[in-house]
Design a protein around this ligand. Structure first.
Ligand SMILES: Cc1ncc(C[n+]2csc(CCOP(=O)(O)OP(=O)(O)O)c2C)c(N)n1
Ligand code: SF4
Ligand SMILES: [Mg+2]
Length: 422
């Protein structure tokens, strides 16, 4: 193989930092496995170990602190080409912050390798304790030695179901162990216990790595699970939602000359939201831009049901309605919900069922018998009257839409047409 994994011999870490050893041995292992750099996807976490990115000739992805395993998992799920090696570099800090991501990747036995750079503290931010800091180890935040024992990340990953887990001291040539880790089918995790000279040695002078490993009870070792590797379900593939988005061609003409905002307000179960959809789609079929927004209580079967529609020849940049131009009210609950905004109207028109009390408003009042056609059709009937009287839409556009959407079997179309005098 011609291209090396690392593009430099001079790595960006402090002298004597264990991250140097891991990076060089990782490169050695991958080269021994005869992997081309572009067959390797390296995901690095936040922390000193993560600044390795720029020295790598592989694909690299750098994420938020603790989230690199989740990013790696995303790659496993989305990977189309087989044969790519996904390797995550994460610190003890990141492994603590994103512990659940590690557990989940191990539980699913995702085909990826995680190398935990366990220098027993947060190196990049000044040597604070992490969840893997061993009891008695001195850090910036535990000057007398950590009173807590650190998580056993290997035991956790093994118990969660990882195919292969190993703990090694970061001393000497660890490339063979990395080859074994990277060659695992399924989820593998290698914890390398190493030293940060800048903080670890500074706070724990005379410390010997092997001694720390011995007294912490986190002994080197290997743990296996013989489990199936994660594969995608072979069942029905979920469809791309965008492919379901219908393309609505403009077929009709609208004489709308300026943007208009319309509120339909009635009661739950009386077809207000469906009416809004019919009006919105008829407007689109008339070459207009539309926004549609529904509002109703979480208990969708009771109370008011309100829809807000903006219609314009131009792009619409705000989908809300402060003071509406037109309001259609077909029930008492609808009236109560929209009363405040009707009161703010200085112009425009209010289409309101004749049985309801007309609220104070500056809008023109049009009272008619809308509910007489039946409560479930009142909103549609009134809305058709509103948008045709104001010349926003034609009857043709509305009834074509009802048919094109397959609603003609559900709605009393002939009854509505007769009531409209068509
Ligand atoms: C969510 C979040 N919390 C905190 C930080 C600040 N931060 C940056 S690096 C770091 C410590 C990294 O320690 P570790 O993961 O052990 O890596 P090391 O530097 O030791 O290699 C922290 C806490 C951050 N970037 N994001
Ligand atoms: S601060 Fe510590 S962990 Fe970071 S590069 Fe230096 S020695 Fe390594
Ligand atoms: Mg660390």
């Amino acid at each position: 193989m011609n291209i090396k994994i690392l593009n430099t011999d001079s790595l960006p870490f402090c002298k004597g930092c264990g991250h140097n050893l891991i990076s060089k041995n990782t490169a050695k292992a991958l080269e021994r496995m005869e992997l081309s750099p572009l067959d390797v996807i390296m995901v690095t976490d936040i922390g000193c170990h993560g600044i390795i990115d720029k020295t790598l000739n592989t694909h690299t992805i750098h994420g938020l602190h603790g989230r690199s395993v989740a990013l790696g998992a995303g790659i496993v799920f989305g990977l189309k080409e087989p044969g790519k090696k996904i390797i995550v570099f994460i610190g003890d800090g990141g492994a603590t912050i994103g512990l659940q991501h590690i557990m989940e990747a191990a539980r699913l036995n995702l085909n990826m390798s995680v190398v935990v750079h366990n220098n027993m503290l947060y190196g990049m931010t000044g040597g604070q304790s992490s969840g893997l800091t061993p009891e008695g180890f001195r850090t910036t935040t535990s000057a007398d030695g950590s009173p807590f024992s650190g998580y056993d990340i290997c035991a956790l990953a093994h118990t969660a179901g990882a195919a292969y887990v190993t703990r090694v001291p970061g001393i000497g040539d660890i490339s063979e162990k990395l080859v074994k880790t990277f060659s695992t089918e399924g989820f593998s995790l290698m914890e390398v216990v190493e030293i940060c000279p800048s903080y670890g040695i500074k706070f724990n002078p005379g410390m010997k790595l092997n001694e720390i490993i011995e007294t912490s009870g986190r002994k080197p070792g290997e743990w296996f699970n013989n489990r199936p590797v994660f594969t995608h379900h072979k069942g029905k593939k979920s469809e791309n939602l965008l492919s379901k988005t219908p393309i609505i061609e403009p077929l009709f003409y609208s004489s709308l000359d300026k943007p208009v905002s319309l509120i339909l307000s009635g009661s739950a179960g009386e077809g207000v939201q469906l009416t809004a959809t019919i009006i919105a789609k008829a407007a689109m079929r008339s070459g207009l831009h539309v926004t549609q927004k529904g509002s109703y209580p979480v208990t969708v079967g009771v109370g008011f049901s309100t829809a807000e529609i903006n219609i314009s020849k131009e792009d619409i940049h705000f989908h809300g309605i402060n003071i509406p131009d037109l309001v259609v009210i077909t029930s008492k609950e609808g009236l109560n919900h929209s009363k405040r905004r009707i009161g703010l109207m200085k112009k425009g028109a209010l289409f309101i069922d004749q049985t309801l009390d007309v609220p104070d408003t500056g809008a023109e009042i049009i009272t008619e018998d809308y509910r007489g056609i039946g409560a479930r059709t009142a909103s549609l009937f009134a809305a058709i009257k509103c948008v045709t009287k104001t010349k926003i839409l034609t009857y043709e556009a509305i009834f074509y839409t009802i048919e094109a959407e397959g609603l003609d079997k559900k709605l009393p179309v002939e009854k509505i047409k007769t009531a409209l005098g068509l």
